[in-house]
Design a protein around this ligand. Sequence first.
Ligand SMILES: Cc1cc2nc3c(=O)[nH]c(=O)nc-3n(C[C@H](O)[C@H](O)[C@H](O)COP(=O)(O)OP(=O)(O)OC[C@H]3O[C@@H](n4cnc5c(N)ncnc54)[C@H](O)[C@@H]3O)c2cc1C
Length: 258
Amino acid sequence: MTEVQSFSTSAEAAGAQGAILGGGTLLMRQVNEAPQTVPRLIRITDPALREIRPEGDGHLIGAGVAMAQVIAHPDLGALAPVARSIGGPALRNMASIGGNLFAPHPYGDFTVALLALEAQVLWSDGQREEIERFLSVRDTARGVVTGIWVPRIAPGALRYRKVSRTRPKGVSVMSIAAYLPNGGSAPRIAFGAMGPTPLRAKAAESALQGRGLTEESVTAAGAVCLQGLSPADDALASAWYRSEVAPVHLRRCLMGET
Ligand SMILES: Cc1cc2nc3c(=O)[nH]c(=O)nc-3n(C[C@H](O)[C@H](O)[C@H](O)COP(=O)(O)OP(=O)(O)OC[C@H]3O[C@@H](n4cnc5c(N)ncnc54)[C@H](O)[C@@H]3O)c2cc1C
């Protein structure tokens, strides 16, 4: 049987042993299928986890914020297409940003955009961690994530593409986010479902660095985009297929094609 323990603050919950409950879209499935693997759920009622507020030159999004809240927020329009690509309407009412950070392959579409944005992950002890470093360890037993800081995104600077067998709400064959701040002079590119966690495509970024989005630079980026990625075979696609189509979808993402 699974026990549920409730806490009113993240700091109190951080010391507790158990699985932190976000929206529960993955965790409750696990509880239903194999309750012995989740002996205790940690539920945090702190309303701050559901807040979105401006901070510095960006926004702090509480870890418990659901995809539907992102879609509805007037300042997060650039992230709305990303949130909208996740599951169906009922799922988006529950699926949280914090839970998405820990969602295993092939999930984690929102985290792909966060990685391209070089977001910061906030922990309950006040520590801030670069998302790339967070993903390189991604320890579900480390404690409570309280929020994610994202920079203010200029119109058109974030491009996102999700490739799935069933549109509009299938699970990702791959997802790609390209962040092109300052007119695209220093692009940042992240792929989802192309490794155990979302990964940066740094060779592709270097191929575009300072060159803008021209036919040549985009072709050069596509030619090297698999460096550092490690696609796997799964029920949705083979590693071979993912590798073959990645340059095509990177091009479409960068060029803003639908
Ligand atoms: C039918 C279906 C379709 C889906 N489609 C997609 C999709 O298209 N794209 C996609 O990316 N995902 C998809 N998912 C996966 C999932 O719904 C999302 O990734 C969602 O964002 C997970 O968030 P959650 O709040 O439900 O996580 P939960 O299930 O509550 O938790 C998931 C993990 O995160 C940990 N966790 C949650 N919050 C915190 C926190 N604050 N601090 C520390 N650890 C925490 C939990 O302990 C657990 O290990 C789908 C799932 C289902 C069932």
